[in-house]
Design a protein around this ligand. Structure first.
Ligand SMILES: CC(C)(COP(=O)(O)OP(=O)(O)OC[C@H]1O[C@@H](n2cnc3c(N)ncnc32)[C@H](O)[C@@H]1OP(=O)(O)O)[C@@H](O)C(=O)NCCC(=O)NCCS
Length: 198
């Protein structure tokens, strides 16, 4: 992936309005990637149903966007009661965008969100032959306790700090500002182009 394209990526949390982009991203994954992501073969119908109930208030989904297109996501979802401190973690990056650090960036963001919410145990589908995901998780070995078995990875996340809280808040504020500018641009550009001189 050329450096220039990577520079055009932006990272932010998904909102309810991102449903279509989320669904399109998951549907774009090939059969092998879907198996790695969900731990089983999945049909388009399964993915559509999954996407329709996935962007919920208690899920935190970080996305890497190229314009309106999602090229990668990290999904963090509490397991059962919010206060139990356990969550599910899942990743997917579009195949043409892999091996250029997007998964690493999303992992760092999801891990920070997890520790800021007091999720200390994270479970991830991680099949034995999924070398990229296993390699990616090991890159965080200095921060997390990682246990890998045949098909699941257990991540023990560190506790939150004032720095981790502040960093997430600053990123969210920056993303919100960008969204507001983007909205303004879209709202006013067409009107301007309708104005005819004279
Ligand atoms: C796993 C996945 C999210 C990684 O995303 P990514 O954007 O390619 O990740 P990054 O580029 O940040 O890092 C990938 C790392 O894996 C390493 N890697 C890639 N292929 C590898 C392989 N065959 N063997 C060992 N390591 C490998 C890369 O070298 C890289 O490490 P590096 O930065 O030290 O070189 C992506 O491959 C994917 O979407 N796979 C399908 C879905 C999936 O498996 N999800 C995980 C289960 S929920």
């Amino acid at each position: 992936m050329p450096r220039a394209s990577l520079d055009r990526l932006s990272y932010r949390k998904l909102q309810m309005t991102d449903h279509d982009a989320f669904e399109a991203h998951l549907l774009s994954l090939d059969a092998e990637s879907r198996r790695s992501r969900f731990g089983m073969a999945t049909s388009d119908a399964f993915i559509r149903q999954y996407a329709s109930r996935c962007i919920t208030l208690n899920a935190i989904i970080h996305g890497a966007f190229l314009g309106d297109t999602l090229v990668g996501v990290a999904e963090l979802r509490p397991i059962g009661d919010f206060f139990v401190g356990e969550a599910e973690l899942a990743f997917s990056v579009s195949s043409e965008w892999r091996n250029c650090g997007i998964g690493t960036n999303l992992f760092a963001r999801a891990l920070r969100s997890a520790r800021n919410r007091g999720f200390s145990r994270l479970y991830m589908t991680c099949l034995k032959n999924n070398a990229p995901m296993r390699g990616l998780a090991r890159k965080f070995a200095a921060e997390i306790m990682l246990e890998l078995d045949e098909s699941v990875a257990l991540v023990e996340a560190p506790r939150r700090t004032i720095v981790s809280l502040l960093r997430e808040a600053i990123d969210d504020a920056a993303a919100l500002t960008n969204l507001a500018f983007d909205f303004q641009k879209r709202a006013f550009l067409p009107r301007r182009s309708q104005v005819r001189p004279g």
